[in-house]
Design a protein around this ligand. Structure first.
Ligand code: ATP
Ligand code: MG
Length: 640
């Protein structure tokens, strides 16, 4: 693979962690779990009834206790959240204030009849009341199910119905790109009439006029006289903490169910190993809490450690593309965690904008969500990190709960390779296999698989054990199948190459979408790209590339086509050259910012488009569709 390496670390080297994990992963995690506060110890570290894993069985614990109560002696005045509103207003919430609010809301929920195991849907924008609501549920053993506030009524009511939620917590509205999204109205349109819903609690974020219905309660009214006394419920380690629906990149979202003790152990450990978190750090993760990254590395991971973090309400490019750099400068952010899609968008505007801000407080950078193109990695490293910050490229899924593959500068210094998520975390056995499940040689492409259970592993899919078995455990016997395509290089580094389903098969060769897209993005004028295959009588599949250009590009399309062909020929080989390049202004993306190649493929093959409830912007689909129809006409004309 790529040979370029970057030797940069934070001076931490503790090889004993890898050694002990290798010797016995069960007792390794057993020791990790001791960093949490337990009401009662567990009797069995791992109960493994494939494919169901239960961690720290018999142990009694509470997630809200571990994120709040334990900090009250030493950190009560420390800010937990430095909140930045989209409109530039800010709020500071200390650990003590969080604690009080969570207990009061927990009492409100109790008074509304919410009991252990009941589901509560949280449909809030990125405001402190969102983590407060999650922790209030966790405190009393209710299962929270957060629905991203950008979702429309159908997506919301589907999830409320599927989880059979008793309560919905929402806001009058939320800000996004300067506009107000009328969340309460969306709830009224759909979810509040769902049979199980008893009450809707409404937080007034915008102060706009709303209609109050029979089930509705105003947040500030119910909180006003609520008691500040509320002990954390003593729960089983294996009880459910939350349901979260996946991003839906490959189809209908799945209701992923996570437990308490194992999940928190995984997060406590990985947050420390990957982010090297220190008491003085100011951490900023740009993920919306509506996604798993927000659950694990905005809410639970940082709060378990008593960290201070910046939470931002709005769009990363509002009012313009300098917003992220402005926030880093304003709060003196030391650790910044974002996505490749956000970085590609920000990189599109050139270096002058970030260069005009003071980013010198940064000491560690991270990315998650998609493979990061090496070109984008280098930009992040050079321009944002000024060549002094390690980048952690963290591979994981909603299902895995926390990171499984990532550099871990908190415990070791290893050479970084742009585009590789590097090595599995300690205690994990991850391999690359062929279609029959046999491990492939190094430098050979195949499916990523996981051989042993890990503590953050999902308990299952909500009320669907069969689907759980079918999706993750049926492709290869006794191996967890994440659905990603990968390669392991001769140093044991893992390179994620995209989804297995999206692999391009051209004239007997298999090419990962990430390889090809990264090659296209390495061209100076290109901001973003998505490739997909369409059936071809001769080659089996021929490749179509959709290309989005950077701002102010003056090169002609014809010139670009020929340069892109040349780039791919030299970087990958002639076989991978797309038969068509199409220049577009947008690409269809999920709400979490991932390109939906499934959609591109469907359009390319003239098939009907399936579930698009998680799509960012419906316009992009239409644009691609008309772009494609135009393209097909062109081809037809050329044939004549
Ligand atoms: P669905 O499962 O509904 O199709 P999704 O897989 O996009 O949606 P998530 O759980 O949010 O939902 O995303 C996990 C996936 O994101 C991984 O399986 C992988 O494809 C991709 N991914 C996450 N982090 C990385 C990374 N660092 N490098 C490469 N790919 C990544
Ligand atoms: Mg997935």
């Amino acid at each position: 693979m790529h040979s370029e390496e970057f030797d940069i670390g934070l001076g931490n080297n503790d090889s004993s962690i890898r050694t002990s994990a290798k010797n016995d992963y069960v007792s390794f995690w057993n020791n990790c779990a001791k960093s949490l506060s337990w009401f009662e110890p567990w009797t069995e570290t791992l109960q493994w009834n494939p494919p169901f894993a239960r961690w720290f069985v018999g142990g009694k614990i509470n997630a809200s206790y571990n994120t709040l109560d334990i900090h009250q002696d030493s950190k009560s005045e420390k800010p937990a959240i430095l909140w930045e509103g989209e409109d530039g207003t800010d709020r500071k919430i200390t650990y003590k204030e969080m604690f009080v609010e969570v207990k009061k809301l927990a009492n409100v929920l109790k008074s509304l009849g919410v009991k252990k195991g009941d589901r509560v849907t949280i449909y809030l924008p990125m405001i402190p009341e969102l983590p407060i609501s999650m922790l209030a549920c966790a405190r009393i053993g209710a299962i929270h199910t957060v629905v991203f506030s950008g979702f429309s009524s159908k997506s919301l009511s589907d999830r409320v119905e599927d989880s059979q939620s008793k309560i919905i917590i929402t806001a009058d509205g939320g800000y996004r790109k300067g506009k107000i999204i009328n969340l309460k109205e969306i709830v009224d349109d759909s979810a509040s009439s769902v049979q199980f819903v008893k009450n809707v609690i409404v937080y007034q974020r915008t102060g706009q006029k709303i209609q109050l219905n029979e089930k509705d309660l105003l947040w500030h009214e119910v909180m006003q006289n609520s008691s500040e006394e509320c002990d954390a419920e003593i729960l089983d380690s294996t009880d459910s903490l939350y349901i979260l629906y996946t991003s839906g990149t490959t189809g209908k979202p799945k209701g992923v169910l996570h437990g308490i003790g194992g999940y928190l152990t995984h997060l406590y450990s990985t947050y420390k190993w990957a982010f090297d978190i220190k008491d003085t750090d100011v951490y900023f993760c740009t993920a919306d809490i509506g996604w798993v990254t927000g659950h694990s590395y905005v809410v639970y991971g940082p709060l378990l450690h008593g960290a201070t973090q910046v939470m931002y309400e709005g769009a990363p490019d509002h009012p313009d593309s300098s917003r992220m750099w402005d926030i880093i400068q304003k709060y003196g952010v030391t650790i910044f965690y974002t996505t490749p899609t956000a970085l590609r968008m920000l990189m599109k505007f050139g270096d002058d904008i970030p260069n005009s801000f003071n980013l010198s407080t940064l000491r560690l950078l991270g990315t998650v969500g998609e493979p990061i193109n090496p070109e984008v990695w280098k930009w992040y490293f050079n321009v944002i990190g000024k060549k002094k910050c390690p980048i952690i490229d963290t591979w994981w899924q909603t299902e895995t709960g926390g990171m499984l593959i990532s550099p871990l500068p908190g415990i070791e210094t290893i050479p970084l390779k742009p585009g590789s998520a590097t090595l599995p975390i300690p205690g994990l056995d991850i391999e690359v296999v062929d279609e029959t499940g046999n491990e492939v040689e190094s430098e050979t492409k195949g499916s990523l698989i996981i051989k042993t259970p890990w503590p953050g592993m999902l308990l299952g899919l909500w009320k669907d054990a069969e689907k759980y078995k079918d999706v993750y455990w049926s492709k290869f016997e006794s191996l967890y199948y994440p659905g990603d395509y990968a390669i392991k290089d001769s140093d044991g580094y893992l390179w994620l190459l995209g989804r297995s389903d999206d692999v391009l098969k051209v004239a007997g060769h298999r090419i990962g979408t990430a390889e090809l897209e990264s090659s296209i993005v390495s061209h100076n004028d290109v901001a973003e790209s998505a490739v997909c295959g369409i059936p071809d009588e001769v080659k089996g599949e021929s490749i179509i590339a959709f290309v989005m250009l950077k701002e102010n590009v003056s090169t002609s399309e014809e010139q670009l086509r020929s340069e892109l062909r040349e780039t791919i020929r030299t970087q990958i080989g002639p076989i991978a050259t797309p038969s068509q390049f199409y220049f577009v202004n947008k690409l269809p993306k999920t709400r979490s910012g991932k390109i939906m190649r499934r959609l591109l493929k469907a359009i390319a093959k003239n098939e009907t488009i399936g579930d698009v409830s998680t799509l960012e912007d419906g316009a992009a689909v239409n644009e691609i569709q008309s772009a494609f129809q135009e393209l097909q006409k062109n081809i037809e004309n050329q044939k004549k």
